[in-house]
Design a protein. Structure first.
Length: 174
């Protein structure tokens, strides 16, 4: 019997310039021949339920309206197969607030980090999550959540050089 390797369906949604080999790189705004121009709020129109092995949503969920983000997240999870992985990297609003309270950031840096760079279409942040609220939402939608990792480095008062305070949440569809 000959075995054949099955290709995994992996999506990198809202990819921007983060083009990944082996993924369907999807973005509504970034122009690149390797990127599929698609609205990630309507992912289920192009990918049926239970058809995707992995979704990477790095620096993108915060660009969805706070009025829609729960239904969009639920829809992303619906296209995942059982055992499928969802990687979310998004600003950590609790750490952002801490950066203002301890005077690491002034209001200009905070505004840039919370509301996005606002220098192009799609570069506006429209929602935010506390750590536990995002975990609870993922669990409610049928995900097993791994311990959160944090990117809390290069947090400076220099708006041009400071990184954002991010959390990385990895979960698996049960």
């Amino acid at each position: 019997m000959k075995w054949r390797k099955l290709k995994l369906m992996k999506l990198n949604i809202g990819c921007g310039r983060d083009i990944r080999a082996g993924y369907n790189n999807i973005d509504l705004y970034h122009v690149d021949p390797r990127v599929i121009k698609l609205d990630i709020e309507k992912l289920v129109d192009s990918y049926p339920e239970n058809s995707v092995d992995e979704i990477v949503a790095s620096d993108v969920i915060e660009h969805i309206s706070h009025l829609k983000v729960r239904s969009v997240l639920k829809m992303w999870i619906s296209v995942l197969k059982s055992g499928g992985l969802l990687y979310i990297k998004t600003p950590d609003i609790e750490k952002q607030i801490e950066c203002v309270q301890n005077n690491t950031w002034n209001s200009a840096v905070l505004s840039n980090m919370i509301f996005g760079g606002q220098d192009s279409d799609g570069n506006y942040h429209k929602c935010a999550f506390k750590r536990q609220e995002l975990i609870n939402l993922l669990v409610e939608y049928g995900m097993d959540v791994q311990p959160i990792k944090f990117e809390h480095f290069r947090l400076t008062a220099d708006i041009k050089h400071s990184a954002n305070a991010n959390m990385i949440v990895v979960s698996k569809k049960i």
